[in-house]
Design a protein around this ligand. Structure first.
Ligand code: ADQ
Length: 508
């Protein structure tokens, strides 16, 4: 990438009323590097009295891209977390959102304005109730609704139109994740001069599952508008190539698809397809973990929960793919069968609030909290509860203190694109100790070969892995952790972004 520069150092965009849009026309400058994602890196939190506070958006994508943005000047296009007034229901075409305040976020931001109704169809509907479960092995049953597909198409088009307007000639555009799979194709139709990369942060499913999708061809054709499509694992890339071969009459090889070039130049166009395992800012986690404050806080966490022999930890967005129930069930059975003696261990589960508007997620929260409550009722000891449950967001420093306090990290998703938490734990273990119990169905399992691998569907296997991790010889743990730490040190998030962007820039 090297010489990418924004044309001007503006820190927000501004709006003028115009005849072509009910919200007003957006005036903006053009940029050489455009990041496009469903969410902006900052989100509006609206208080009851209507005041807005801007906070960092939750989740893995922002964690992953922030270090790159500090290095590469970019503009970020996405939704802000606040709803645009709906001109069709209010009948008021003149209402506009206030512009984003200057200086929020790590780079200039361009807001895609979406009404509550559009978000219900495009995000809570098609992205979250269709694509998310389908791409995660259909752990929950995907729903296929035409009235949700239509807003998905319309919102993808709005993103593509906005990017087409602000991208400089020949600019690099990096589109992220399953919510925006039609954007590459829609953008290429409008701007064949652009270099378009797409990265999928979640798994890409096997052919048999993907074929359920009524709009399967449209999705594949949308993705093929890219010059490069990246997945976390070779398995994801292989699944995509297999789906493409099955659905379209195009040539594929091990790492590309050749498609007809629809630009005026005509001919053929090569779309690269490959695995680019995402990572974390390893150095930053290590540096935080090395501070006296964080080490003191880790000791204080242990003390507050009664200095048990074993501290077990889970850190997840509250999502049914993460297998929080898997580890809770295993832990409770270990208490029941006497493998863990009363007072010997405490399991701390941190669950970040997530997608709270979606019914399945409200139910999941109820289910998990019921399990925690039951376990505390059945196995609680006065003054020494065996489980601590925190449904709260934490700062990075606070999370690292939890990682530093935990002897055993439990990462047990049914399916996960990568899982950054596993890598954050490893990076935070500056004394080369601690054990990682890791589901084999995470992208991280491909890289972290010093972990205690588990099949989350095998309840006895999960219990055994937790027993093994708690009983492991410190020298064995040191060897395992050293290997994993070398992996995350040599493959940090900068290396990930650089390898993707270098491949995107390389001549085809
Ligand atoms: P997520 O599903 O959000 O990401 P993950 O990769 O684990 O999952 O990232 C979660 C991030 O949120 C981590 O950086 C973690 O530190 C942070 N976090 C978790 N709990 C928190 C809390 N209580 N307070 C503050 N921060 C918290 C998606 C995919 C993953 C993929 C990433 C990146 O589902 O498979 O690894 O994108 O591509």
């Amino acid at each position: 990438m090297g010489n990418l520069t924004a044309h001007a150092g503006i820190s927000s965009v501004w709006f003028l009323p115009g005849p072509d849009s009910p919200y007003g026309r957006r005036m903006s400058q053009t940029y050489e590097f455009v990041v496009v994602a469903n969410r902006l890196p900052v989100a509006a939190e609206t208080a009851e009295d209507g005041t807005i506070t801007w906070v960092r958006s939750p989740g893995g994508l922002v964690s992953a891209l922030e270090p790159t943005l500090r290095r590469e000047p970019a503009v970020w296009v996405g939704w802000s977390g606040r709803y645009a007034p709906d001109p069709y229901s209010t009948g008021d075409l003149g209402v506009e959102l206030e512009p984003l305040p200057d200086g929020v976020g790590p780079c200039p931001l361009v807001e895609i304005e979406l009404t509550r109704e559009e978000m219900e169809g495009y995000y809570e509907g098609f992205s979250t109730s269709t694509l998310w479960p389908l791409y995660h092995d259909a752990i929950a049953t995907p729903v296929y609704h035409r009235h949700q597909w239509e807003p998905y198409v319309a919102v993808n088009r709005r993103f593509a139109e906005q990017v087409a307007e602000i991208a400089a000639h020949g600019a690099t555009v990096w589109v992220h994740d399953h919510q925006l799979q039609l954007v590459p194709g829609m953008l290429r139709e409008r701007r064949p001069d652009l270099r378009i990369g797409f990265f999928l942060h979640i798994p890409f499913p096997p052919v048999e599952l993907f074929l359920q999708l009524p709009w399967r061809k449209e999705i594949v054709q949308g993705l093929l508008g890219s010059d490069l499509i990246g997945f976390h694992t070779p398995g994801g890339a292989e699944n995509f190539l297999a789906v493409t071969r099955r659905l379209l009459d195009v040539e594929t090889d091990l790492d590309s698809v050749t498609v007809a070039d629809l630009s005026p130049a005509g001919g053929k166009r090569r779309v690269g397809v490959g695995a680019f395992p995402i990572s974390i800012a390893t150095g930053e986690y290590e540096a935080i973990a090395r501070t006296a404050e964080v080490q003191d806080e880790a000791a204080s966490i242990r003390a507050k929960i009664g200095n048990p022999k074993h501290v077990l930890l889970g850190v997840d967005r509250l999502d049914y793919t993460k297998g929080i129930d898997v580890r809770l069930k295993a832990y409770v059975e270990l208490l029941e069968d006497g493998s863990i003696q009363p007072g010997e261990a405490v399991f701390v589960q941190i669950a970040t609030p997530s997608r709270e508007n979606v019914e399945d997620y409200q139910k999941l929260r109820d289910d998990i909290e019921l399990m925690v409550g039951r376990a505390l009722g059945d196995h609680g000891v006065l003054g020494a509860p065996p489980i601590q449950y925190l449904h709260q967001p934490f700062t990075r420093e606070e999370l690292v203190a939890f990682y530093a306090a935990a002897d055993v990290m439990l990462v047990t998703p049914y399916r996960d694109g990568m899982n950054l938490v596993a890598k954050e734990y490893v990076a935070s273990r500056i004394h080369d100790d601690g054990a990682l119990v890791l589901s084999e169905f995470t992208g991280a399992a491909v890289e972290l070969d010093g972990s205690f691998l588990v099949n989350p569907y095998d309840a006895d296997g999960v219990k055994q892995a937790i027993r093994d991790a708690m009983a492991a010889d410190p020298e064995d743990l040191r060897r395992r952790m050293t290997r994993m730490r070398a992996q995350v040190e040599n493959h940090d998030v900068d290396a990930w972004a650089k390898s993707f962007l270098d491949a995107l820039e390389a001549p085809q």
